[in-house]
Design a protein around this ligand. Sequence first.
Ligand code: UDP
Ligand code: MG
Length: 317
Amino acid sequence: MKKVLYIVVPCYNEEDMIKITTEELTKKLESLIKEKKISNKSKIMYINDGSKDNTWNLIKEINKNNKYVTGISLSRNRGHQNALLAGLIISKNNADIIISMDADLQDDIHAIDQMIDKYNNENCEIVYGVRNKRKTDTWFKRITAQNFYKFMKIMGVETIYNHADFRLTSKRVIEHLENYEEVNLFLRGIFPLIGFKSSIVYYERKERIKGESKYPLKKMIAFALDGITSFSIKPIRLILALGVLIFITSIIILLYCLIAKLTGNVVDGWTFIVGSIWLVAGIQMFSIGIVGEYIGKIYSETKKRPRYIIEENLEEK
Ligand code: UDP
Ligand code: MG
């Protein structure tokens, strides 16, 4: 039996793109069906993320005369990550393989063939689409995005370098994704945690054909902060480290103050004031760090993430 593929596409104010994207993706599905790589029940699933333009009407219209197109509409704008999650979870009911991509065709749809091959022939359950160049991005987007991945790494978040949300996953992976119950979603950080055999397909990212980016700087910063604070307690550890550092410095300063006092020429009370400032600041920072450690624990516990995922169980065979 051929596997059913669903291509999940979140859309926010994409009225300019829907027709072109549908045309391209329909061609892709038809050619994959013809090559007998996927089932003819495969579909494109649009998720209308509370668009304020004509996006949803267009999707409904296309759904009537294109058997490959289906869609869901969210009650309001919930952001790219939540829209994507909704699409993944709903499409897994009918699909065996799910590919997520943006509506603007920036991701190379020809990479889909390679992704499917990796799934069909190499049993990969997650295939990450990775940009090999960024020459079509503006220099600003390029620099911010590249530093984003570096910063995430320093902050202790495991992500795939230059991978956004263009990826193939098996139905099983999405079933496990549902057990990650966090509200602040950063999908590209979760998939590496799920595990299973994975692989990478490289592609060149193109320019947006129509419409404008829905990720202005403000949203990008919020996204990066979400990524870090949802995956890492390293910032808390940094406070603790800083506390220890200031505490040690305070001892050195205290020694210096004492020596200065003993050798004479200081104003009355200076030793006491300078010494206490450093000592108290150090103790405070250190204490905040300790409290932070506990908050960090609470934070990981409240996520209720699965503690393990079984890939194979011989009992069931
Ligand atoms: N998107 C969404 N909800 C939002 C913002 C964006 O569903 O609140 C969709 C958007 O329609 C597109 C994808 O997420 O399909 C990526 O957005 P965009 O191309 O604007 O981001 P960029 O490529 O500039 O990072
Ligand atoms: Mg885009």
